[in-house]
Design a protein around this ligand. Structure first.
Ligand code: AMP
Ligand code: GLY
Length: 429
């Protein structure tokens, strides 16, 4: 079978890398992909991003399955377009993708279906938002209502910081945030204490099959300091998700979400990612939903997946295949840990074009997944914020960490930003 993966990041490199190991897969095309993807055997990149162009290409090239990596094509309706032409694609429809693309939608959804989340209010008027912050005090969290690549959230430790965030997010156009409606809105919510975990499932209607758990590192700097980013590193499994918490997340979050989507008339098929905050007393609250896999969480998760990903995704897209939850999925017992190498200036104004050197060859225990890389002649150069994700397996978190960092230390590009403490919470346990 020929498979198409849509996207260009480390997550898509990992999805494509895993899919090529399937005995049923002949070739994986990644659109638009990146320079690292085009280096791999059985992987080919395509310079396409437009929804209709992708659908036409998939039809003309007999693509058996399309997998969508990022949120933007989902929010643009790529799944609706493919399905309308009878093509098999894994991901939620445009309507279902609102669970991620609009914070206001997802917060109202959680309220309606009794899924535990931080208390919140939505504002269009700056005056009212400022008054609310003054009444609530800090710490408090300000979120833009629209896709912002993980950068539309400010966890304000002071009231002043919250006021600044409101003014920035309610100003049109120059924020880089894709507002879901004409007028910008902010969601202001209660600050939650606890430890975060990324909980992802493969969903088909009311059926959900949980993937391995993971933990991301959202802040730019060691010790969870600095601005929020798309994620600076991740590991799997996340020890904070004990078997008891796992069962409760399925019962209290995942199942009510799938039921709620069904009863609201927008059944959900695709990866569903619940970003959780687990309080010191074991309370579970949903910080956000994503309608896709996490980046960089996908990289360590898929390094631990021993079963065939294609078989799983075919079961999730084929109505004739009975119960998705009966598909046998086996995980490597070892820990996988990925360290992101980001470009100079990330997550603000990113510098591009720095030459990358020292890339080690992939082996069975470590893979360098590419994200924003491109080729200039013979030279590999940086092409955006997150450049590489160096991912390694080990018997313990420390061992996986030590392999990953020994590879990171061999790789060079000017201005590289790397956190040195990925996995610190697991090590502290
Ligand atoms: P989100 O995109 O909504 O997941 O927010 C990005 C990050 O901001 C999360 O991963 C958390 O680290 C942090 N965050 C978001 N909402 C809250 C909250 N209510 N309390 C504390 N931290 C939060
Ligand atoms: N790494 C967090 C996310 O993909 O949303």
């Amino acid at each position: 079978m020929k498979v198409l993966v849509i996207g260009s990041g480390g997550r898509e490199h990992a999805l494509a890398w895993k899919l090529t190991s399937s005995p049923q897969v002949q070739m994986v095309y990644v659109a638009p992909g990146n320079a690292g993807i085009s280096l791999d055997k059985n992987l080919q990149t395509l310079p396409l991003t437009d929804t209709v162009a992708l659908r036409e290409w998939a039809q003309a090239h007999d693509i058996g399955l399309t997998v969508v990596g990022p949120e933007a094509p989902l929010a643009a309706g790529v799944v609706d377009e493919f399905r309308a032409h009878g093509l098999r694609i894994f991901g939620p429809t445009q309507a279902a993708a609102q669970l991620e693309s609009s914070k206001a939608f997802s917060k109202a959804f959680m309220q309606r279906h009794h899924i535990s989340t931080a208390a919140f209010q939505v504002f269009e008027e700056a005056d009212q938002a400022h008054a609310y912050v003054d009444a609530q005090g800090a710490p408090i969290v300000v979120k833009a209502d629209g896709l912002a690549a993980g950068k539309g959230v400010v966890v304000a430790t002071t009231v002043q910081e919250a006021h600044q965030a409101i003014d920035h997010m309610l100003a049109l156009d120059h924020t880089g945030i894709q507002h879901t409606r004409g007028k910008p809105r902010v969601v202001i919510e209660e600050w939650l204490d606890g430890e975060e975990a990324s909980f992802m499932v493969v969903a088909k209607g009311l059926q959900a099959l949980a993937l391995a758990t993971s933990q991301d590192h959202k802040r730019l700097l060691d010790g969870d300091l600095g601005p929020n980013t798309g994620g600076m590193g991740a590991y799997s499994p996340a020890a904070v998700v004990t078997p008891e918490i796992h069962a409760r997340v399925m019962r209290e979050v995942i199942q009510p979400t799938l039921k709620g989507m069904m009863s609201d008339g927008i059944p959900y098929t695709g990866f569903l990612y619940a970003g959780l905050m687990i309080s010191p007393t074991g309370q579970i609250k949903v910080l956000e939903f994503n309608c896709r896999m996490g980046d960089p969480e996908t990289q360590p998760i898929l390094m631990r997946l021993k079963s065939d990903l294609l078989t799983l995704l075919l079961a999730a897209t084929d109505d004739a295949v009975g119960d998705l939850t009966q598909v046998d999925v086996e995980w490597d017992r070892r820990v996988a840990l990925g360290v992101v190498m980001a470009a100079h200036g990330y997550p603000q104004t990113v510098r591009k074009g720095d030459a990358i050197s020292g890339l080690p060859p992939a082996d069975a225990h470590a893979v360098v997944f590419h994200a924003a890389t491109q080729r200039e002649g013979q030279q590999l150069v940086t092409a955006g914020g997150r450049v590489l994700c160096v991912t390694a397996l080990g018997d313990t978190v420390r061992q996986a960490q030590s392999v990953a960092y020994s590879l990171v230390d061999q790789i060079h590009f000017d201005g590289a930003q790397v956190r040195r403490d990925i996995g610190h919470r697991a090590i502290k346990r």
